[in-house]
Design a binder for this molecule. Structure first.
Ligand code: 6PG
Length: 241
């Protein structure tokens, strides 16, 4: 696990954008495509804008396929829909074609949406192991990642899958990659910054004894891939040196 700590978000986002571009270049070189899983939430917005502007001419974006590590159970035109945030900040600005974007179909019931999303992933990978080139993750101040929230069924779900999960504290359903699907990836990058994440990060990275039911981000441990944390001074201030 590689922990990168930045003094400013400008430096963090610049380096994370360079990291994304580097992996994209290698994936396109090797497989003629880059399978890229986006995270939702607010943290990645500046990165997505960076990639869509500074990164616009650095790779062949026509060879990039976009997925979502989780989605809220809301209509696609709802401001809380991760796909809409991505559409506004990176997908439309880069002119990404619809057939290169895998949105979660939230017109379906959550369970059905999850089944259909996994089918679309399996079809994209021609039934081979769904090993994504890069999965971006955020982390909530409760240590959830994707929609693997504390005390939910997803914490114990060991299937390589996309699942629907009822999140009691939000009184809503989510559709999410399971930790087992995330851990298959070649590269996983957490994007975690801000003082409000420090307590959770202390437990996720610092606790010798794991307790994923309380701190689900502890489940993220790539099988063969590489895990990198892009963080800032504020979020890591409680970590022991
Ligand atoms: C979502 C995300 C979720 C997010 C964290 C952190 O759908 O909200 O996938 O896992 O990454 O909640 O969110 P912020 O970046 O807004 O702090």
């Amino acid at each position: 696990m590689n922990l990168l700590i930045y003094k400013t978000l400008e430096e963090l986002n610049q380096d994370l954008a360079d990291y994304v571009i580097k992996i994209a270049e290698m994936s396109i070189e090797e497989n003629d495509r880059f399978n890229f899983v986006l995270t939702g939430g607010s943290s990645p917005k500046a990165l997505y804008h960076f990639l869509a502007t500074e990164g616009q001419h650095r790779i062949d974006w026509e060879k990039v396929y976009f997925f979502f590590g989780d989605e809220r159970n809301v209509p696609a035109n709802d401001d809380n829909y991760n796909g809409l945030m991505a559409k506004k900040t990176i997908l439309d600005p880069l002119g990404i074609k619809e057939d290169h974007i895998f949105y979660v179909d939230t017109t379906l019931a959550p369970e059905k949406a999850a089944i259909e999303y996994k089918k679309a992933i399996d079809k994209h990978f021609n039934g081979e192991d769904p090993v994504f080139d890069l999965i971006l993750l955020g982390m909530g101040d409760d240590a959830h990642t994707a929609s693997i929230f504390p005390h939910t069924t997803l914490v114990k779900d060991e299937e390589v899958n996309v699942a629907a999960v009822y999140v009691e504290k939000l009184d809503t359903y989510r559709i999410s990659f399971t930790a087992a699907l995330i851990n298959k990836a070649d590269n996983i990058a957490f994007l975690v910054f801000g003082e409000n994440k420090a307590e959770a990060l202390k437990h996720v990275i610092g606790d010798a004894e794991k307790n994923p039911d309380l701190y689900p981000s502890q489940l993220i441990d790539p099988i063969d891939g590489k895990l990198t944390w892009f963080t800032d001074v504020a979020a890591t201030k409680l970590l022991e040196d």
